[in-house]
Ligand binder design. Structure first.
Ligand code: PA5
Length: 448
């Protein structure tokens, strides 16, 4: 199970400051589990792992098998919660240069992500890479109306139809969307695309353990059964309101104790580049859940030791509104030892024979001590290894911690009304039917 180590935070938050959250947490835990919190329609994630295991997912496994066996490349089209979880797990589980490995080593298709931007350059680059490959598409959008994936889908669908004709293109498209509504659902019904459902009661950023994440991940051979088991284990172990037994609630309490002392920026720090997208997923989870009512802890991220040479200066000596949450892999994936080269005067012989993982972890320890000296509270989250099971635990750990943290801040952790503001302006500027008045208002504003 994920372990929270508070030794680098004790100087900044004392035990009684954490313990004072106990009664509030007890009450919030009861309300979460009885559906009495704001946004209660979106609590499906709470028991999702055990329910998915119980109900089974054979249809998903057989679709994934078909993609795995038939596709040279799978393009996953989605944005936000319909993108970040799958990408986070893919990068956590698979080697950095996965797409460049020979097919027999990969054992499945190359994996690409699209529809998470509106860049023509990036979209064109992708089409170039896909040329000559047997391509499958998995389009993911819960609402089925999001512009970025819709635009990418139209471009990729037209391209695929040109390559293989409309009937074969149709066979190679899987849609993951709402069971009943949205443009994508309507399109799937008309065109006869094969579909998977995003459950009504699971919001985008909590949806990685639904077909949103599971289909693409299974298609590239991620052990989704192990990931679900890890999450189900966390679901069981963390189903207690007792702070002393619940590291997810401790994490929520400590970050809120720090927030109340003016630490309003949390930096997720990692020492394995393969955690970069987990940090992005975490940023969306906490940013979209807490950043409302003019409140919230701003979630940022750094990849160390790389960013010690860029952001390290700011963290050490800049404006003191920061705390760090370091996610550490206790047993890193690969062992690589520094060779001994006594004839080469590179000043590194004192490290000869030392595993790189050891050097990396000493850098982590040294940095944590330095940052604490620089008045940056440090929380340490120890994750056993980079397995699918551990990631399942970590996903659930953060989802629960985020839901609790939202309760402690008094916000609805399950909606995202602020995401609409830019969309309305964009639709108005692009001339979407129904946005004529907003268009006139905006143009008026711009001309002032
Ligand atoms: O967490 C959320 O709900 C959002 O980030 C959505 O996932 C994102 O806006 C994409 O929405 P959709 O899946 O409807 O295309």
């Amino acid at each position: 199970m994920v372990q929270l180590d508070l030794r680098f935070a004790n100087k900044f938050v004392s035990l009684h400051e954490v313990d004072q959250f106990q009664p509030v947490i007890e009450d919030a835990h009861r309300r979460l589990h009885s559906g009495q919190v704001p946004g209660a329609d979106y609590l499906g994630w709470l028991h999702l792992p055990s329910e998915v295991i119980k109900s089974g997912y054979d249809d998903l496994t057989s679709a994934a098998r078909e993609i795995r066996e038939s596709a040279d490349a799978l393009v996953v089209i989605g944005i936000g919660g319909s993108y970040l979880g799958a990408r986070a797990a893919f990068e956590w589980m698979k080697p950095e240069y996965y797409n460049q490995l020979p097919r027999e080593v990969r054992g499945g298709p190359e994996l690409y992500f699209a529809g998470n931007h509106l860049s023509a350059a990036a979209q064109k680059d992708l089409l170039r890479v896909l040329e000559g490959k047997r391509v499958y598409l998995n389009v993911i959008s819960k609402s089925g109306t999001t512009t970025e994936p819709a635009v990418a889908f139209r471009i990729l669908r037209s391209w695929l139809q040109q390559q293989v004709g409309p009937d074969e293109a149709k066979r190679r498209i899987y849609i993951t969307t709402d069971a009943h509504k949205g443009a994508l659902k309507e399109l799937s019904d008309t065109e006869g695309y094969r579909t998977f459902v995003v459950p009504d009661d699971v919001g985008g950023r909590y949806s990685v353990l639904t077909p949103v994440g599971l289909l693409p991940l299974a298609s590239v051979g991620v052990d989704i059964a192990a990931m679900l088991e890890g999450a189900a284990n966390a679901e069981e172990k963390l189903n207690t309101p007792e702070l002393s037994d619940n590291p997810a609630y401790q994490y929520a309490a400590v970050r809120n104790a720090l927030y109340r002392k003016g630490k309003n920026t949390e930096i997720f720090a990692y020492y394995e580049p393969s955690l970069k997208m987990v940090a992005e997923w975490w940023k969306q989870l906490f940013g979209e859940s807490e950043g409302k009512d003019h409140k919230g802890i701003y979630p940022a991220s750094v990849g160390y030791t790389t960013d010690l040479h860029s952001m390290g200066q700011f963290v050490q000596e800049g404006y003191r509104n920061l705390f760090e949450t370091v996610v550490r892999i206790e047993n890193p994936v690969s062992e690589l030892t520094l060779p001994s080269t006594p004839d080469v005067q590179d000043g590194l012989e004192y490290l000869a024979g030392k595993p790189l993982a050891f050097i990396n972890d000493q850098a982590r320890l040294a940095t944590q001590i330095a940052h604490v000296d620089g008045e940056v509270p440090n929380l340490l989250l120890n994750v056993n290894d980079q397995s699918a099971r551990s990631l399942g635990e970590l996903f659930y750990f953060f989802e629960l911690a985020c839901a609790m943290s939202g309760q402690l801040q008094g916000v609805n952790a399950f909606n995202q009304p602020g995401v609409e503001a830019y969309k309305i302006n964009m639709f108005a500027l692009l001339g979407k039917p129904g946005y004529e008045q907003q268009r006139r208002d905006l143009i008026g504003q711009l001309e002032q």
